[in-house]
Design a binder for this molecule. Structure first.
Ligand code: CTP
Length: 433
């Protein structure tokens, strides 16, 4: 950890076409008051010149493991870093880092450091979607790396798709959020506008205001996993069992958590648009949601289960469409896994769990019972029979019950305001961990 007044950001640049955007990230971090120590891979040198980083960064760029300025540069960089950020992170660097390889200065520094690491992938869509890349990223995330997911847009060679590096403003916000969380926020040295204020229109549209302002917010540096929507359990290739959840409240929570500075993963059953900067995974069934949530929860500080997970599913979905002529089918149901209860039983120390209880009747009593039986920290009790509340409305009315016995009523308001009320309680629970 650095002893200098300015936080030390090791900026790793690997060899992809998006390396030119790392120049902008470097400039913005220096303007924000960080000491930026750039490290390039050999391949990065094919995309951007060393002189550019030498001129803009706080110290000369380093490329080699073999002592340009120090006999063991990776240990020096690793030990002095307050945060290491890799912009862009190619599939190759992600793989080498995930597998503990240390065959160049950048990967050796990543392995040698105890500082938090922010990984900003950029690659062609086919590579981004490859299971090997996704598995390597999941490994890094489970070890605590913050992943700033790529956006969808124009790629090298004129292709369109997922894999374009996140905007520099979004990356700088993520780095500043990590520094804020570790108490190493820089004091700005230059007088430029805050990072995101100078972002392109697409960046400011994708990064909500407070997450992109000072990189602060009461959830800065936290990794928040949110689920949303109702699961769909197949009966046959055309029919499903589902419920009336629209996903609006879950999506509002994900967006609000992002605005408050968190790195957000959203596992959703809906095809609602999601702002860039939020890492979204789309699923359909309870089984798929369980797989995604248990995998993603390993790296999460907070998990909010806003999804309406089906409690029962057909024991066996028919392979072919069930025909009327064959008579009324008898559909045997089986229970689905209770994802929240599993999370409650296996939670990481310090992880905060939030559940939703969509009820009719004695809402508060039933929600309190679920709070205890599922082992969660906060239960959002939702009377879905109240006018203007619950499924598919833009408004909601809830009571927040916490494990310490607190109860906080949120009168009928927008789902965005409900999301903020829930997250304010979450911030308090996180602070008490
Ligand atoms: N939940 C879950 N997995 C399930 C069912 C529910 O993770 N298979 C989660 C929901 O996302 C929610 C909480 O558990 O956060 C409560 O869900 P709810 O449907 O109200 O409770 P159930 O346990 O399913 O009980 P019941 O439907 O009988 O009221």
């Amino acid at each position: 950890m650095s002893e200098t007044a300015r936080p030390v950001v090791v900026l790793g640049v690997s060899g992809g076409i998006a390396a030119y955007k790392a120049v902008d990230v470097c400039r913005r971090l220096v303007d924000a008051g960080a000491h930026v120590a750039p490290v390039m891979t050999e391949a990065a040198g094919r995309f951007v010149g060393r002189t550019t980083f030498d001129a803009l960064a706080s110290e000369p760029v380093q490329v080699s493991l073999w002592g340009e300025r120090s006999p063991i540069p990776h240990t020096r960089l690793g030990q002095h870093a307050d945060v290491v950020v890799v912009v862009p992170a190619t599939a190759d660097v992600i793989a080498r880092y995930a597998h503990g390889m240390a065959d160049d200065l950048l990967t050796a520094t990543l392995i040698a450091t105890r500082a938090p690491v922010v990984v900003c992938p950029a690659m062609h869509t086919e590579m981004w979607e490859h299971p090997a890349v996704q598995a390597n990223l999941a490994t890094l995330e489970s070890r605590g790396a913050v992943i700033v997911p790529p956006e969808t847009g124009r790629l090298a060679g004129g292709d369109e798709g997922a894999g374009r590096l996140a905007e520099p403003a979004v990356i700088v916000d993520a780095v500043l959020a990590v520094l804020a969380r570790t108490g190493r926020s820089p004091a700005p040295t230059a007088a430029p506008a805050p990072a995101s204020a100078t972002a392109s229109p697409s960046a400011s549209a994708s990064a909500p205001a407070s997450a992109s302002g000072e990189g602060g917010g009461d959830l800065a540096g936290l990794r928040v996993l949110v689920t949303a929507g109702g699961t769909r359990e197949p009966i046959d290739p055309v029919r499903v069992i589902t419920n009336r959840s629209s996903g609006k409240q879950g999506h509002a929570l994900a967006e609000a958590a992002y605005r408050r500075g968190a790195a957000v993963v959203l596992v959703t059953t809906t095809d609602r648009p999601v702002p860039g900067g939020i890492d979204v995974e789309r699923v359909e069934t309870a089984a798929q949601m369980e797989e995604a949530v248990l995998r993603r929860a390993q790296g999460a500080d907070v998990v909010i289960m806003a999804a309406a997970v089906a409690d029962f599913r057909p024991k066996a979905a028919a392979d072919a469409k069930l025909k009327k002529s064959a008579g009324v089918p008898e559909i045997i149901l089986e229970p689905t896994p209770d994802i929240l209860a599993t999370l409650g039983a296996r939670r990481r120390p310090g992880q905060v769990l939030v559940g939703f209880a969509a009820e009719t009747g004695d809402v508060r009593e039933q929600a309190a019972a679920k709070l205890a039986s599922k082992g969660v920290d906060l239960m959002v009790a939702n009377d879905v029979s109240a006018p203007g509340a619950g499924f598919d409305h833009d408004t909601n009315e809830v009571t927040l019950l916490d494990r310490l016995g607190g109860a906080h009523q949120v009168p009928l308001t927008t789902k965005d305001a409900v999301a903020d009320a829930v997250l304010a309680r979450v911030a308090t629970l996180v602070a008490r961990r």
